[in-house]
Every structure is written in C-alpha cells, then in structure tokens.
Design a binder for this molecule. Structure first.
Ligand code: CAA
Ligand code: NAD
Length: 281
C-alpha cells in the first residue's frame, strides 16, 4: 500500500488524507472543481499552521505532510492507486456513479473503500465489477484525532480485502472494529438519533440550545453537546443518515426532526457554512 486517492476534499476527505500523509503514504485528494480543491488545500495549510503555532508540529513536520499530498480535479490520477477512499456526499446515486467511473480507471488490484456514514456497502459495490475488493472504511470526525475506524463488509467483500483494510487502519494509528452491514453500522445507529432527539427537544421548546448541550455534557459526560456535535458533523450529513435509517428500517422512530430538515433547507449546516445551532462566524 503506497498510493491512496481520497475522493472529496470536504470535512472528512481532507482529514482522512492528512491522516494517511502523516504516516508517509502518497495521497491524492480529488474534488469536483478548482475553487473547491483550492479551498481544501488552503484549509489544510491553515490547520497545519495552527498546529505549528500551538507547538504541536514544526515546519519540517508540516512540509513532510504537504509534500505527500496532491490536490486535483483529475480522477485519472487514481489509475495506479492501491486504495481509493471515497468521502463525497452521502448520496447513493452519486457514490455509485463515482465508483462506476473508478472501476474503469483503476488497476484491477485497487481496493475501493467508502467512508459512507450509513449507506449499504453492497448497494454501492454493485456499481463495480469488483465487489470482493469493495469495503466500508468509516472514519470519525475529526478524523485526525478520533481513534475508531469501522471496517464494514458488504455481501461480497473478501476476507483478504477486510484483512488489508484492518491492517492499514492499525498502521495509521487507528483502532479498527469489524462491523456487519446494517444502516448506520454501529456508531451512527446510536449517535445520530441522539442528535435528532436533541433537535426535537429544541423544536418543542423543552430547553435552549445551550441548555440541551450543557445538560448532556454535564449529565452524560459527553465531550461536546449533541447540537454542537450536529454542527461539527454537518446537519446535511445528519439528515441524510436519518433518512437512510428511516427508509431502510421503515421504523418511525427514525423520522428526521422537522427542525433538522428545515435548517438544511435554509443552508444552516453547522460549522461548514458558519452557522447551525450555534454561530461560528
Ligand atoms: N484537527 C486536528 N487536531 C484536532 C482537531 C482537528 N480538527 N480538533 C481537535 N484536535 C486535537 C487538538 O489539537 C488536541 O490535541 P492534543 O491532545 O495533542 O492537545 C486534541 O485534539 C483535543 O482537542 P482540544 O483540546 O482542542 O478540544 P477537546 O478536548 O474539546 O476535543 C474533540 C475536541 C476531539 C472534537 C472532542 O470535543 C470530541 O471528541 N468531540 C466528539 C467528537 C465525536 O463524537 N465525533 C464523532 C462524530 S460522528 C462521526 O464522525 C461519524 C459520522 O459518520 C457522522
Ligand atoms: P462535505 O460536504 O464536507 O464534503 C463532501 C465533498 O465531496 C465536497 O467537497 C464535495 O465537493 C465533494 N464531492 C461531491 N461529489 C464529488 C465527486 N463526484 N467527486 C469528488 N468529490 C465530490 O461532506 P463530509 O462531511 O466530508 O462527508 C463526506 C462523506 O463522509 C459522506 O459520505 C459522509 O456521510 C461521511 N462521513 C461524514 C462524517 C462527518 O462527521 N461529517 C463522518 C464520517 C463519515
């Protein structure tokens, strides 16, 4: 495993790419247009400069990371990749079209992995001719910090693919947990409905946003409150996960909060748009 292509330079893609680069892998970050890919590279530099100013990284360490990273809009750079990790938006049709194209471009040995939060690995893999080399490699936000990687087998994922990805997760300092395919896997089946409940508490006026978050930080010892966490994840991502849980199970307990849907429609997605439950501007 030498060259890794990350599809999507957003919240997750950039941090996943940085995590691999820090461990010496050659990483290509691919997004859809020049403006987005330039903004992604600028966010990398800003984030690394912050670590330098805090004394957690020196200039040589920063250079070692940036030297390993290439930013592009050209998907053909995936042709000789050993692994592709997709972190584009949480939408089955978009993920399938990305992987159908990658399947044609990449060498036959390339492992294809999705960082999907909730979508069926088997359903995405069906867009390729290599479902045995297709797997879920699910990082957690912020991916540079969070230890867990859920390793998710689709119906046709081979033992060899699963072993390679499990070993890779360990090699980059993460703790892999193997999970069978199920909507939301383990963490998001529990965590995102909790954020959804917090939205409903706010919508029904049970407490203020600050009150809800303080209650969960002090009453459940969570490092951040559920609404701040929704803002960190992105409310569009939370909504897509709730909709997958609801549609896959048919269980009304997974109905998305009307407030969450309204905020997504209003573009109040959380940190990435500067405003969500809290104001980051
Ligand atoms: N990039 C790089 N480093 C970061 C960082 C970032 N974005 N954010 C924090 N850090 C580092 C800090 O530099 C610090 O490092 P040191 O320990 O070396 O000093 C460390 O992480 C702790 O950060 P802080 O002291 O600034 O802040 P904190 O202690 O409050 O931790 C946090 C921040 C790690 C985000 C913590 O609040 C936390 O764990 N929150 C919950 C996060 C969570 O639940 N994530 C999962 C979301 S769900 C998901 O990801 C799945 C999905 O599919 C939607
Ligand atoms: P994001 O909106 O921050 O970034 C998505 C990026 O993908 C954008 O830059 C967008 O331009 C790009 N993109 C869209 N179509 C593309 C294509 N065809 N090729 C290349 N890039 C494309 O989203 P995110 O939060 O980084 O989420 C990405 C994936 O990771 C989703 O599947 C999400 O469910 C999952 N995930 C998110 C989190 C989280 O906390 N945000 C955590 C774990 C997993």
């Amino acid at each position: 495993m030498k060259k890794i292509v990350v599809i999507g330079g957003g919240t997750m893609g950039l941090d996943i790419a940085q995590t691999f680069a820090k461990k010496g892998y050659d990483v290509v970050v691919r997004d859809i247009n020049d403006a987005i890919i330039q903004a992604s590279e600028a966010r990398l530099n800003k984030g690394l400069d912050k670590l330098v100013s805090k004394g957690k990284l020196d200039e040589a360490g920063k250079k070692a990371i940036t030297d390993k990273m290439t930013f592009t809009t050209d998907l053909n750079l995936a042709a000789d990749a050993d692994l592709v990790v997709e972190a584009a938006i949480e939408n089955l049709d978009i993920k399938k079209s990305i992987f159908a194209e990658l399947d044609k471009i990449c060498k036959p040995e390339t492992i294809l992995a999705s960082n999907t939060s909730s979508i069926s690995i088997t359903a995405i893999a069906a867009a390729t001719q290599r479902p045995d080399k297709f797997i879920g490699m699910h990082f957690f936000n912020p991916a540079t910090v969070m230890k867990l990687v859920e390793v998710i087998r689709g119906a046709h994922t081979s033992d060899e693919t699963c072993k390679t990805i499990t070993e890779l997760a360990v090699a980059i300092g993460k703790e892999p947990v193997e999970v069978n395919e199920a909507p939301g896997f383990v963490v998001n089946k529990i965590l995102i409905p909790m954020i959804n409940e917090a939205c409903d508490l706010l919508y029904t006026g049970v407490a203020s946003a600050e009150g809800i978050d303080t209650a969960m930080k002090l009453g459940a010892n969570h490092p951040m409150g559920p609404l701040a966490l929704g803002d960190l994840v992105g409310l569009d991502v939370c909504l897509a996960i709730m909709d997958t849980l609801y549609h896959e199970t048919g269980d009304p307990k997974y109905r998305a909060s009307l407030l969450m849907r309204k905020m997504v429609r209003a573009g109040k997605l959380g940190r990435k748009t500067g405003i969500g439950f809290f104001d980051y501007r």
